[in-house]
Design a protein around this ligand. Structure first.
Ligand code: AP5
Ligand code: MG
Ligand code: ZN
Length: 221
């Protein structure tokens, strides 16, 4: 099963992709995480990506597309994958379609998670991320048992550089102008599922799981 998770910054793509990955045994391919990992290692890719991420702009298509098609070519992605944060514009969506077609595949389901902008700002400005395993927390909605430390691995929690209010608003603008049009790009396929992302993480996950089960049945897998 090849899955695309669409949604504005803070919609819960990472939170849900993590759970879906556990439930379905599929690798999660998250372009933002790939760039942050490259930056942590100080590679040229990471430093280049940082220039765009720090202002909330999109990293250029040719860079992102090369990384994603490279990653999807890995053995663990052959049986399916969950894309989190890619594609983010029509150019990337077309590149993905071409790449999948070249290996006889396609996107099986597109999950679009919607949340009101002010709620997104609250979620992102309060988010904390584990430097060890990447798990997400929130200072009020998803508090770790020990302040500043990850429940899963004990790693130190940090705030992303692009999670201050000014950059969050720029990221929301970029979503609106570049990424949201993908909903109409995918709609004609008949595989787009819109999910209300404003409930609790458990509620959202239940809705997504139902949509994936229905898609699995439809495809007869
Ligand atoms: P990326 O890392 O993908 O960030 P994003 O799309 O802005 O999304 P986020 O990761 O901020 O949010 P999320 O939807 O994953 O939500 P989360 O689960 O963490 O991209 C960062 C940058 O990289 C981009 O700006 C761009 O520069 C570059 N980039 C990446 N991909 C690119 C591409 N394809 N092309 C070009 N450039 C690219 O949840 C957020 C918070 O809310 C957390 O604190 C969480 O605990 C909390 N939360 C989650 N769900 C709920 C809930 N149901 N109720 C209450 N709180 C919740
Ligand atoms: Mg994310
Ligand atoms: Zn951790």
């Amino acid at each position: 099963m090849n899955i695309v998770l669409l949604g504005p910054p803070g919609a819960g793509k990472g939170t849900q992709a993590e759970r879906m990955s556990d439930r379905h045994g599929l690798p999660r391919v998250a372009t933002g995480d790939i760039f942050r990992a490259a930056l942590a290692e100080g590679t040229p890719l990471g430093l280049e990506a940082k220039r765009f991420m720090d202002t909330g702009k999109l990293v250029p298509d040719e860079i992102v597309e090369g990384i994603v098609t490279g990653r999807l070519g890995d053995a663990d992605c052959r049986g399916g994958f969950i894309l989190d944060g890619f594609p983010r514009n029509t150019h990337q969506a077309e590149a993905l379609d071409r790449y999948l077609a070249s290996r006889g595949g396609e996107i099986d389901v597109i999950i679009s998670i919607a949340v009101e902008p002010e709620e997104l700002v609250r979620r992102l400005t309060g988010r904390r991320v584990c430097g060890g395993c990447g798990a997400n927390y929130h200072v009020s909605f998803n508090v770790p048992s020990r302040e500043g430390a990850c429940d899963a691995c004990g790693g130190e929690l940090y705030q992303r550089d692009d999670d201050n209010e000014g950059i969050v608003r720029s990221r929301l603008d970029v979503y609106k102008s570049s990424t949201e049009p993908l909903i109409e790009y995918y709609r004609p396929l008949g595989r787009l599922v819109s999910v209300d992302g404003s409930g609790s993480p458990d509620e959202v996950f239940t809705e997504i799981s139902g949509a994936i089960d229905a898609a699995t049945e439809r495809e007869g897998r």
